[in-house]
Design a protein around this ligand. Structure first.
Ligand code: NAD
Length: 467
């Protein structure tokens, strides 16, 4: 494999040291990746700061044209990037290539956006104009579940608005981000995008850096709280896209055979490592047994294997820490509920957890209360839909949720009562680039995607003129 380098000030450079990146399907070292130190972090921020004046003054159309070129390059390399993504992250190859196309599309969407001044008011005596000024250096910090796609949600709007960026991927999935750095090196002026990597040890130096103006963070709620604390000394702008414990509520009128595969996919896609995955399922008592049986059938027939093997539906979990956490949830499921599919770790190398369906589990169980981030789904029974809504909302999280019913109006009334940033009705994970996305409660704040996601990278400025 071609060696991996950091991108600092338009140069591809070695890290101060190296770190092993593990293939989660084999537990073998895939590659020694560069690891930056604090000096390199400071160099990256300094480069982004130095690049900001010229980049922010470039006409928006020219910035958009360069972002479009980034999009086309990511698209052209989607097959290779996808393979690398499977190797570092674990997801099936088709899904990995899909993520790369999604990343290219996200860049393409932002390449075509505008940030024109808005005339807010004009009369005989006054004209009031709103401008959207760039902020400066953006720190883009990403997790390991969708490393490339989630980065583009940040880089696309940040660059279009005239900011410069320092990217920091998660330590277990730095490789696709480093390859994206190579693409940026070919296309963008030096310093506009920089890529550094770490072993979870540079985050706070980046978020507290006095020359960083905004932190765009996606990751766990626990780390998000640390980030919020760390930006407070400089009152940086902050977007936090954090964890979730999303409920799906299945109303009593559904066709179980139709809904079960959709729910199953929503809970087990990317081996359950999706912030918006279905993490708790509430089913009306009249359908409960049928839904449990159907889900168990799907779980038993799912093909769990190395993501590079054709036909694989689910790959391994991404890393040992997450794997061990998932084993803890399996123990909890066995103690507190009835496991009707999966439940045992697989007898092979790799961080594989089979899809697991757990029924008759109390609301108080760890698997129900916490974000499992693995393909282990608790199925809970309800009698009265108001009770299901109450239980769905009884969590610190508020990221997403789904409602399933043959009657869309009835489902809409339920959806309105779910306390979260997004609720889907009779579908899941449909996230158009032009629609805003973000969390409620401790799932974070601020928006990504759409016009709102672009304005997050700007300072709104009002110019109020007497005529
Ligand atoms: P994590 O919080 O452990 O790490 C996320 C990133 O933060 C990594 O790059 C990590 O190196 C970095 N980091 C670690 N310590 C830091 C610190 N003190 N300061 C700044 N950065 C630091 O999260 P993870 O385990 O990689 O990802 C899984 C979590 O992400 C889940 O909770 C999931 O729900 C959430 N997530 C949320 C969204 C969303 O859009 N809301 C999307 C994907 C994942």
């Amino acid at each position: 494999m071609k060696p991996f380098k950091l991108l600092i000030n338009g140069k591809l450079v070695d890290g101060a040291s190296t770190m092993d990146v593990i293939n989660p399907a084999t537990e073998e070292v895939l590659v020694k990746a560069p690891r930056a130190d604090k000096n390199q972090l400071n160099e990256a921020v300094a480069a982004a700061k130095a690049a900001f004046p010229a980049w922010s003054k470039k006409p928006l159309k020219e910035r958009g044209a360069l972002i479009q070129r980034l999009s086309e390059a990511v698209q052209a390399q989607a097959q290779d990037l996808g393979r690398l993504l499977t190797e570092e992250q674990g997801k099936p190859l088709e899904a990995a290539i899909g993520e790369c196309f999604g990343a290219a599309a996200m860049l393409g969407y932002y390449a075509g956006q505008e940030l024109n001044d808005k005339v807010l008011k004009e009369d005989a005596t006054t004209k009031i104009v709103q401008q959207f000024a760039p902020l400066g250096v953006i720190a883009a910090i990403t997790p390991w579940n969708f490393p490339l796609l989630l980065l583009m949600l940040k880089v696309g709007p940040a660059l279009l608005a005239g900011n410069t960026v320092v990217c920091k991927p998660a330590p277990t999935t730095p490789l696709t981000t480093l390859r994206f750095g190579e693409i940026c090196q070919q296309i963008l002026p030096p310093g506009v995008v920089n890529v550094i990597t770490d072993q979870n040890d540079l985050g706070s130096a980046l978020t507290s850096h006095p020359d960083v103006r905004k932190v765009a963070f996606t990751g766990s709620t626990a780390t998000g709280k640390k980030v919020m604390e760390s930006v407070s000394s400089t009152l940086k702008r902050l977007t936090l896209e954090l964890g979730g414990n999303d409920a799906a509520i299945v109303l009593d009128d559904v066709d179980v055979k139709d809904v079960a595969p959709k729910v199953f996919n929503g809970a087990t896609m990317n081996s359950g490592q999706v912030c918006l995955a279905i993490k708790r399922l509430y089913v009306h008592e009249s359908q409960y047994d049928a839904m449990c049986d159907e889900l168990a059938k799907l779980a038993k027939s799912a093909i769990v294997d190395d993501g590079l093997k054709q036909g694989t539906q689910m790959g391994p979990l991404n890393n040992k820490q997450q794997y061990e956490k998932a084993l803890g949830y399996l123990d909890d499921a066995k103690k507190n509920g009835k496991v009707i599919a999966g439940g045992e770790k697989m007898n092979r190398k790799g961080y594989f957890i089979p899809p697991t369906i757990v029924r008759d589990i109390p609301e108080t169980a760890k698997l129900v209360q916490e974000e499992q981030f693995s393909p282990i789904l608790p199925v809970l029974k309800y009698k009265d839909v108001n009770d299901a809504i109450k239980r769905a909302n009884d969590t610190q999280y508020g990221l997403g949720g789904t409602v399933w019913s043959k009657d869309v109006n009835r489902a809409f009334e339920v959806a309105k009562q779910i306390e979260s940033g997004t609720v889907w009705v009779n579908k899941h994970l449909d996230l158009p680039a032009d629609m805003p996305f973000g969390g409620a409660k401790q799932s974070g704040f601020g928006k990504e995607m759409g016009r709102e996601g672009l304005e997050e990278y700007t300072q709104s400025k009002i110019i109020n003129m007497a005529k």
